[in-house]
Design a protein around this ligand. Sequence first.
Ligand SMILES: [Zn+2]
Length: 404
Amino acid sequence: MTLSEAKRLLARVQQEIVAAQARDHAVRRPYCSHCGGACRVKDYRDHAVATLFGQVTVRLPRFRCAACGGIEAGVDWPAHCRSTPELDRLQAHLCAVMTYRTAADMLAQMFPVDAGKHHETLRRHTLKVGEALGECAAIRPEAAASAIVVTLDSTFIRSCAEGERHLEVRVGNVETPSGGRQVFGAVAKAGTDIRALICRTLDAVGRTEDTALTAFTDGCPGLRRILAHAGVAEPPILDWFHVAMRLQHLKQIANGLSDDDPERAEARAVILGEVERLHWRIWNGKAQDAQISIDRIRAVMHHYQGEPDGRRSIAPSRKLWTALHALDGYLTSQSAWLVNYAERHRAGLRIGTAITEGTANFLVNRRMNKSQQMCWSRRGADLLLQVRCAVYNGTLGSGFGQKF
Ligand SMILES: [Zn+2]
């Protein structure tokens, strides 16, 4: 069969099956919800229900109570049922991992589905799912977690509202020693309470009063406050991931330095060596000595003085100067939250997020920052993020009521 033949066949088969199911269902007579009296068929109405295999029309009876005249729907028929839970779930899942437009195109290509073919419809449906997810309570696991690591991070996405360029997105994850992991995220000032969300996520992996909580952040004071309000008493540690990213950046720039004369070659060797030492110092909890390395690098920078910018890029030495200044400021402002990462690592303790590319990249940037043209409404981004988290947590679908 060709795909189009298969789609037609599926749609027809389903229409026949559903018609038979509806006839069986119509035989069951409800009792009046007001007086408990017996009901008789009043008339029949057509109901359109969207499914993954095309829209089906179900002919359903309405009933009237013989005693009091009250109108009843069929036994256990869900109110306002326009689509199957499976269709809702799959649409939301696809939209969480790809753009609304691509998801709509893919659904139209693969399935006989004829509802939600338009990307705007798909968006509306997905946000509705996001809303429903916000109302779900956490399902506590049977086993309590002895320790939980919480990571909280922030990133930005482009806003499409006028007079507002970016929206702040807070994302994070919780992990237990037994390998349980859940991600969470919310757009700032969008309706989802991040503190409640963190508490709910902690509950979902088995937090109790005796659980030891360790937190990591990217160093933003706002995030530290959120964690404190969410009940994480211990001061959060600066996530090694963020330190390592900055050091990596510094190394790349240092590698790009020119060595076109002996003096510069020597200076470059000194700088590369000091960047390595800087890395070692911070990793080993000797961040207070970082200044020594930074000063040594600065001392040889004069060899690059007057280096011209490239046609399309800034001179590497100028980039290094800027990156060094930024790192210096970062280390100074974060000194209170730096730890001996090497010691923790040797003891088998966490030094940051377990997601190698960082939670923000993994959760937000991959879907919501992919292209410059993508911009977001505060609420739309927040609700989509709820769906995206549910997809990764494996909770999308499990909380959906069994409509049928
Ligand atoms: Zn009645």
